[in-house]
Design a binder for this molecule. Structure first.
Ligand code: BG6
Length: 467
């Protein structure tokens, strides 16, 4: 089968400010929570390498825009650093305005459409000290920041997104130890989730009020949920997992409301968040124009054994348990399952249950350790595994489009290898290899391959490229 993609399909890559920018305390930028956490506990970070330099984008963005053009990318997502644009949450930092304006202008000059996100796990420290998303005031602070960004860059940006994977700062920070404040408290986690949904809606409301050109969306990490079997207990686990892990953000974002099932489930377990009058109406204003879908792996679940169930629930594990599918294919470097068919299933769910809202695959990718093992004599990393990974996923994107899905693009995570939170540079994801010492970027084989795929607008065999 020949896989031809629609005209105008957005081909690109994604990153975020905290993972690529560097320039940590330059030109007025204040600390994010990641900067502070690293200062407090450097040993928590792989090889003690923190968020200071990342991929040097603060200095190299012009070169990057040219390198994107060189491999035919026509779009790119990054985020704005809240603590660079508004170092104390109120005063506008003109140097940040100059930087981002020039960054987005350079992209456009090179035929690359910027997709600009507002929050990618990087809570400013001044706000985290006041409780971060747990503090209801965060909603107004975020809305002010969003409005400032729309006003300053609205003439350059056609695609805005509010959050990247908003469920992740909830689960990793309040039900795990991967994000600050690394506490374990389901009730607090749900409060944080509700405030995040309100902050998203407040930003969408501010965008609509300004009446600017362009569209606004939200980027969600969505996984299709599969049950171990059709037994009643496994199917209940599937329903619960879908409600808690997928619909908790997807429903407010697309339908402007929480599902009745979710509200009842939380109520039965004494987990409803504190709300205020007007919350329902505000959430209703958060409906987006498009979705970004980050897809890495499916969610496989099974029933929770009765003897292990807490009632009321104290963790997500009281609603469903992870199921280790024996036939799964793994990316062992990251410990994530590889299941390209999941993209198709997600696309069909969006088509059938979410009004076929336009979406693009805003992240998909494969992090691999010690990629230098695959460097050839010319210094090119021969990442055939990544080409195969992208190809398999793109084939499912294509199948979904043929099946009527409204998918308008595909972005790889990431463009140039970038800093991966606690994992720093352990796993590399980019089309371009980053030299950590010099900042130099070198195209990998996948960069040459994608360049050809884009120019022909169809999937091609990896052995047919010359580089
Ligand atoms: C996505 C995030 O979930 O996965 C990125 O949006 C992240 O920020 C990417 O870097 C890859 O995950 P990791 O943990 O290997 O960096």
């Amino acid at each position: 089968m020949t896989h031809i993609f629609p005209d105008g399909f957005l081909w690109g890559a994604a990153t975020s400010a905290p993972q690529s920018e560097g320039g940590q305390y330059e030109d007025g930028r204040t600390a994010s929570t990641w900067d502070k956490w690293f200062e407090m506990e450097p040993d928590r970070f792989y090889q003690g390498r923190g968020p200071k330099n990342t991929s040097f984008t603060y200095e190299r963005y012009k070169e990057d825009a040219e390198l994107m053009k060189a491999i035919n990318l026509n779009s790119f997502r990054t985020s704005i650093s809240w603590n660079r644009l508004l170092p104390d949450g109120q005063e506008l930092n003109q140097k940040a305005v100059t930087y981002y304006r020039d960054y987005f202008t350079q992209l456009k000059k090179n035929g690359v459409e910027p997709i600009v996100n507002l929050f990618h796990f990087d809570m400013p420290w001044w706000l985290m000290e006041k409780g971060g998303w747990e503090n209801r005031e965060s909603i107004d602070h975020f809305s002010f920041y969003a409005q400032t960004a729309f006003e300053q860059f609205g003439d350059l940006v056609n695609y805005w997104t509010t959050f990247n994977e908003p469920i992740v700062h909830v689960t990793c920070g309040y039900l795990g130890e991967y994000h600050w404040p690394k506490v374990f408290d389901l009730k607090r986690a749900i409060q944080v989730g509700h405030h995040t949904n309100l902050a998203h809606a407040a930003a969408v409301k501010a965008f609509r009020k300004l009446g600017q050109e362009g569209e606004i969306g939200n980027i969600l990490n969505l996984s299709p949920v599969y049950a171990r079997s059709n037994d009643e207990g496994d199917l209940l686990a599937k329903t619960n997992a879908l409600e808690l892990h997928v619909k908790s953000f997807l429903d407010p974002t697309v339908k402007g409301r929480y599902s009745d099932y979710l509200v009842q489930l939380l109520d039965e377990n004494d987990l409803l968040p504190l709300t205020e009058e007007g919350d329902r109406e505000l959430i209703a204003e958060g409906k987006v124009d498009f979705l970004g879908v980050n897809y890495y792996q499916p969610l496989r679940v099974q029933a929770v054994p009765e003897s292990e169930k807490n009632q009321p629930a104290r963790s997500l594990g009281d609603f469903s348990r992870h199921y280790n599918w024996p036939e799964k294919r793994m990316n062992k470097h990251r410990g994530w399952e590889i299941y390209p068919e999941g993209i198709y299933d997600l696309a069909m769910m969006i088509k059938e249950d979410y009004g076929n809202i336009p979406f693009y695959i805003s992240e998909n990718g494969m992090g691999v350790s010690e990629e230098e093992r695959f460097m050839n004599a010319d210094g090119v990393i021969e990442d055939d595994y990544r080409i195969e990974f992208i190809s398999d996923h793109l084939a499912n994107v294509q199948k979904a489009i043929e099946g009527g899905a409204n998918c308008f693009g595909y972005h790889l995570w990431t463009f140039v290898d970038c800093w991966s939170w606690l994992n720093e540079f352990k796993n590399r994801y980019g089309f371009y290899r980053l030299n950590l010492e010099t900042g130099e970027r070198t195209p990998k084989k996948s960069a040459f391959w994608i360049s050809e795929v884009i120019s022909q607008n169809k999937l091609i065999d990896k052995n047919s490229i010359h580089y």
